[in-house]
Design a protein around this ligand. Structure first.
Ligand code: NJP
Length: 253
């Protein structure tokens, strides 16, 4: 059965591919990002059941308006996907206050605004699916040049788990999911704060289509957490730490 779905960060990368694939199977979409012109093009390419609303997810008011627009358009929202996000290319000792604030605003507060905007509606209906797009780096922080990004995604992982805990008993039909991709071949690296001009292709990257396939499976069969590329991700832990056990061991040193 077709669903009504809100996707942030839908003007590019994973969000754009997700929008196109969900539209192709008949879902009704409300797409959000800052670039209204690009978003309009994406919505147009998705067909008649795709709408858009220019949104800066670092502004709570924008996110609330996005929710209002989705409810006005569809009457209800089945799935809300906090996908917008941004990286950083800086090691810990180089970080400024502004760097950390930007990572927290775009990767954590943005998703918090989304969660707080849509949950009252989900509670009223007694059902709904909230999906937060995080990162494998939020679980295993092995890329030190992404330091504050990894930290922000770790914070997002915690908020997501805590929201799930709060809802579990009283609202068993509200699902709260976390998606943890590894590297994905989108504009993410180039768009990262302080990205070097020569940000080249990332080794062992998935295509956004591969990530989206995992996300669509998640929409159809909700679960708490998914890694989009588990075999490669395990391989990376082995490469950097020797294995999961060794990673835990390393944390104790
Ligand atoms: O990134 P990119 P991805 N308000 O740069 C939007 C996570 N992830 O698709 O506003 C509203 O191609 C931006 O639109 P615009 C990652 O952390 C990725 O790869 O018009 N929207 C665009 O649509 C993120 O959570 C990798 O500039 C804002 C989109 O976000 C998600 O996957 C690995 C915004 C970014 O498109 C999608 O990233 C990983 C704002 N303030 C996790 N700021 C990876 N690609 O390697 C940005 O583990 N956007």
């Amino acid at each position: 059965m077709s669903k009504t779905i809100v996707i942030t960060g839908a003007s590019a990368g994973i969000g754009m591919v997700l929008a196109k694939q969900l539209a192709a199977r008949g879902d009704a979409l409300m797409l959000a990002a800052r670039s209204a012109d690009v978003l309009r093009q994406v919505a147009r390419s998705c067909g008649r059941e795709a709408y858009y609303y220019a949104t800066d997810v670092t502004r709570r008011q924008d996110v609330n308006r996005l929710r209002d627009e989705a409810l006005r358009t569809f009457g209800n929202v089945d799935v809300w996907i906090n996908n917008a996000g941004r990286g950083i290319t800086r090691n810990v000792l180089e970080l400024t206050d502004e760097d950390l604030d930007e990572m927290m605003a775009v990767n954590v507060k943005s998703a918090l605004y989304g969660m707080q905007a849509i949950l009252p509606h989900f509670k009223e209906r007694g059902e709904g699916h909230l999906i937060n797009v995080s990162s494998f780096l939020g679980r295993i922080p092995f890329a030190s040049f992404r330091s504050a990004y990894s930290a922000s995604k770790s914070a997002l992982n915690s908020l997501t788990a805590n929201l799930r805990m709060d809802l579990r008993a009283e609202y068993p039909n509200i699902h709260v999911s976390l998606v943890m991709p590894g590297a994905v071949s989108t504009g993410f690296a180039v768009n990262s704060l302080h990205a070097p001009a020569d940000s080249g292709p990332v080794p062992m990257a998935q295509t956004p289509e591969e990530v989206v396939a995992a996300m669509i499976e998640l929409i159809d069969h909700p679960q708490a957490e998914i890694y989009t590329n588990p075999d490669v991700q395990l391989e990376q832990v082995k490469r950097y730490y020797g294995g999961v056990g060794e990673f835990e061991e390393n944390m104790r040193r």
